[in-house]
Design a protein around this ligand. Structure first.
Ligand code: TRP
Length: 370
């Protein structure tokens, strides 16, 4: 069986370090590994609209930002099909059929949907006096639409962050259900999580659980060097580590979490030769006598080294924006062809392919001849 990757991002803002370590960096490695027959990268604008119905302009503006982030990180249109979800109408049709295979209560139990309902502040019931907005149906059912995204491209592998695990599980259930009802048609995908636990969910610079635009705690891939430095120097560390001599905690200390995610052994020789490894640095911090500034400067050097080539490539792609749109258009055309083939299989399996079914027409003719 062909090995196929599909993954994507909602275009609600520029991409940040959380996206990068959680998935983007891995995608580029997978794309270049030669181990996959096809790679599909989707800008999930239709999914973004499920809770941004009143703000299509935000989504519209961010399509190009996300595309530039992709290209500058090394996603290569010669190796990966980069496309925009809303331009593939076949995905909507698949969703419409899959909806019949999923119960309301199953969606209500989806942990990601549950947390997002909380986060977005949607009212969960019809209680009188609850003035919060209700849950849009499109938002509630987006796990089903995500199953369409994945299965339309017969993806075997979905590289995503940990928060997407319930989505992949729900997709697998839909595939099994579809195949058992209509016959073996769809491919059951596997999730591919980051292997480094610090990368699973990179905290924000303020130490909060997740980098998120609304919390203003992100380091963006496209941030200028000086902004990155400032954000690193003001990062949350151990509030109990006041004087340099004080013993410090590395658990829950954002600077060390970022070092877990980004530092490699060679960085020590390059930027901090007094220490041989991250373990040594952590030991010194725990003992006391190591100041936050020194650790932050080290992290800044590492991040700058990682981000500099990305920024430079972004500047180059920014010089020819029409070419980026053209690349996306080609990607959409290629993606549509693949999704249409899967949709044809689905219609055949569901036996709603009336006009290509000569046997149906002949047997009905027979029946009515009496
Ligand atoms: N839900 C993903 C996110 O919020 C985006 C997405 C949409 C996606 N469809 C997908 C990811 C299919 C992987 C596969 O980032």
């Amino acid at each position: 069986m062909e090995k196929i990757i599909l993954t994507g991002d909602r275009p609600t803002g520029r991409l940040h370090l959380g996206h990068y370590v959680g998935s983007l960096k891995r995608r580029v490695e997978l794309q270049n590994s030669g181990k996959f027959d096809k790679v599909f990268i989707m800008i999930a604008d239709a999914q973004a609209l499920t809770d941004n119905a009143d703000n299509p302009e935000k989504i519209r503006q961010n399509i190009i930002e996300v595309a530039l982030d992709y290209l500058s990180c090394g996603l290569d249109p010669a190796k990966s099909t980069i496309f925009i979800q809303s331009q593939i109408a076949e995905l909507c049709e698949l969703t419409f059929y899959y909806m019949n295979l999923v119960t309301v209560s199953r969606l209500q139990r989806n942990p990601t949907v549950k947390t997002e309902i909380q986060l977005r502040g949607f009212a969960e019931s019809n209680d009188a006096g609850d003035n919060r907005p209700g849950i849009p149906v499109g938002f509630f059912t987006y796990p089903i639409s995500q199953a369409s995204d994945i299965t339309a491209f017969r993806a075997t592998t979905v590289p995503v962050g940990e928060d997407q695990e319930p989505m992949i599980e729900q997709t697998r259930e839909i595939v099994r259900k579809f195949n058992s009802v209509y016959g073996e048609t769809l491919v059951e995908p596997d999730i591919l999580l980051p292997d480094n636990s610090a990368c699973l969910r990179l905290p924000g610079t303020d130490g909060k659980a997740k980098m998120s635009k609304s919390l203003g705690n992100c380091i963006y891939l496209s941030d200028p060097a000086e902004d990155v430095r400032k954000k690193v120097m003001s990062m949350y560390t151990d509030p109990g580590h006041i004087k340099v001599e004080d013993p410090g905690k590395v658990e829950g200390n954002t600077v060390f979490t970022y070092l877990d995610a980004f530092s490699r052994p060679e960085h020590f020789a390059e930027f901090l030769p007094d220490y041989a490894s991250l373990d040594e640095l952590k030991d010194h911090y725990r003992r006391g006598g190591l100041g936050d500034v020194k650790v932050k400067k080290f992290l800044n050097s590492i991040l700058q080294e990682e981000l500099e080539p990305i920024r430079t490539r972004r500047k180059e792609f920014e010089q020819d924006i029409p070419a980026v749109y053209e690349m996306l258009k080609k990607g959409c055309d290629a993606a549509r062809e693949v999704a249409a083939a899967t949709l044809a299989d689905v219609r055949r399996a569901m036996r709603i392919n009336y006009f290509e079914d000569a046997e149906l027409i002949a047997s009905q003719a027979e029946k009515f001849r009496g």
